[in-house]
Design a protein around this ligand. Structure first.
Ligand code: ZN
Ligand code: ZN
Length: 351
């Protein structure tokens, strides 16, 4: 089969590789129908994620059709079309029992980390993928939800919802600020709306993106390139500061910006993937009763979000800016990697 193979920092190729085979009785083999590229894949290609070694097939998002079952798989069948979660969960370990699938203790990949596809084992940017712990890691695609929509549930919608909105404890009446209007920031904006905030402020340097954010439910847009961006945000909160500041970029500056606009006793929810240490002004923050949270998605709300996508309460198609044939994945990477120029959000690849 063909697959997108990571060949070390800055290098990738679309090449012939052996088809995946069942290795554990709990595995399934899935023929990919739709997959996507994630910001995390760009981090890997920059060399920011050294646990990904050359030769690895990338990708941790997608929808596909089951073509082969391991001997222990009884609740799925050949021909089922499924959403592949970016987190593989054994379903039996202490963390899985608590719903903390992100730190599954199963031996697949490495014990203690649930994100293994396209990281520690071969991923979804391929014609076929082996999915471990299938019964607890894939979700049947219901009628009325397209594979493209389903692929938005592998990672970005659960990540924005769980790590941004739920960890940030967004509630009715809150003023929520989301710094970063890429796909995951927009997913946080879209799912914040489920909890009835009074305002959702989208903050980004890109004027096009903060305008687009309004179609996902942002009530206000502030360009962080403006000298008075902070005053603009505070003016929308009667000067108090925002109840919840969600960081969806992953650089020190944007994290610090969140701590500067949150009100006393508010929440800062970090969603961004950071590659560098961040200084925390604890000498100023300790007195402000602020709660700071962070994490890797569990995808334990994937099923709930899937219902909302099926009922058109979340417009999953809106995240998709470009579609390509799977074999044109190198071109898709180029478009996704130049998002500021190409206005790319999610780029989907169809088999
Ligand atoms: Zn992802
Ligand atoms: Zn587990």
């Amino acid at each position: 089969m063909k697959a997108l193979v990571y060949d070390g920092p800055g290098q990738k190729s679309w090449e012939d590789v052996p088809n995946p085979v069942i290795m554990q009785p709990t595995d399934v083999i899935v023929k990919i129908d739709t997959t996507t590229i994630c910001g995390t894949d760009l981090h890997i290609l920059k060399g920011d994620v050294p646990t990904v070694t050359p030769g690895r097939i990338l990708g941790h998002e997608g929808v596909g059709t089951i073509v082969e079952l391991g001997s222990a798989v009884t609740s799925l069948k050949v021909g089922d079309q499924v959403i592949i979660s970016c987190i593989s969960a054994c379903g039996h370990c202490d963390f899985c029992k608590q719903g903390v699938f992100s730190h599954c203790l199963g031996a697949e990949g490495a014990s203690g980390i649930g994100w293994i596809l396209g990281h520690l084992i071969d991923g979804t940017q391929a014609e076929y993928v082996r999915v471990p712990y299938a019964e607890t890691s894939v979700y049947l695609l219901p009628k009325g939800v397209t594979p493209r929509q389903g692929a938005m549930l592998s990672d970005i919608l659960p990540t924005g919802h769980e790590i941004g909105v739920k960890y940030g404890q967004v509630k009715a009446g809150d003023v929520v600020a989301v710094i970063g209007a890429g796909p995951v920031g927009l997913a946080a904006i879209a799912t914040a709306g489920l909890y009835g905030p009074s305002r959702v402020i989208s903050i980004d340097l890109d004027a096009n993106r903060i305008e687009q954010a309004k179609s996902f439910g942002a009530t206000d847009a502030v360009n962080s390139g403006d000298e008075d961006w902070k005053e603009q945000v505070l003016a929308l909160t009667d000067g108090l500061g925002v109840d919840v500041a969600i960081e969806a970029v992953g650089i020190p500056l944007t994290f610090t910006m969140c701590t500067e606009i949150v009100r006393p006793a508010g929440h800062v929810a970090n969603v961004g993937v950071h590659g560098h240490p961040v200084e925390l002004a604890l000498q100023d923050l300790w007195i402000s009763n602020v709660t700071i949270s962070m994490g890797l998605v569990n995808t334990n709300t994937l099923g709930i979000l899937l219902k909302l996508v099926a009922q058109r309460k979340i417009a999953a198609d809106s995240f998709i800016s470009h579609s390509f044939k799977l074999e044109d994945i190198l071109e898709a990477y180029d478009v996704f990697g130049r998002a500021a120029e190409t206005k790319a959000l999610k780029v989907v690849l169809n088999a």
